[in-house]
Design a binder for this molecule. Structure first.
Ligand code: FES
Length: 124
């Protein structure tokens, strides 16, 4: 059974510049909304490891390397969210924990209408 789909205003799109984030309480849930290069991501402020405030963590990139090679690269700058408590790192788009995809942050759909940014709850 799916929950009712509800849309909640976060802010004007102009108020959240690329690289910025905002924390809002929506229906008793604390949600962080991030602008990563013009794409908006909404994440519950609850780390699946031990409940830390994931949305207050560092947003950075990740090291990549090919198996068997000694060369590495820096990729996905601004797309990897690290928890401030124990450093678990998550893909901000999917919510997936980088080291084990069985762990995933709660993420929400975002919508823009008439210059206003919304988070959508329920409807799954
Ligand atoms: S609570 Fe987030 S890494 Fe431990």
């Amino acid at each position: 059974m799916s929950a009712e789909r509800t849309r909640h205003r976060i802010c004007s799109v102009d108020e959240l510049e690329p690289g910025e984030r905002i924390l809002k309480t929506v229906s008793d849930r604390e949600i962080g909304v991030f602008n990563v290069d013009g794409k908006f991501h909404a994440v519950a402020n609850y780390c699946v490891h031990a409940g830390g405030p994931i949305c207050e963590g560092r947003l950075s990139g990740m090291v990549t390397a090919e198996a068997g090679e000694w060369e590495w690269d820096w990729a996905r700058e601004g797309e990897i969210l690290a928890c401030p408590w124990h450093g678990w790192e998550f893909d901000i788009d999917s919510g997936e924990f980088l080291a084990d995809d069985q762990y995933r942050l709660i993420t929400y759909e975002t919508e823009i209408e008439d210059g206003t940014l919304y988070v959508v709850l329920g409807g799954a």
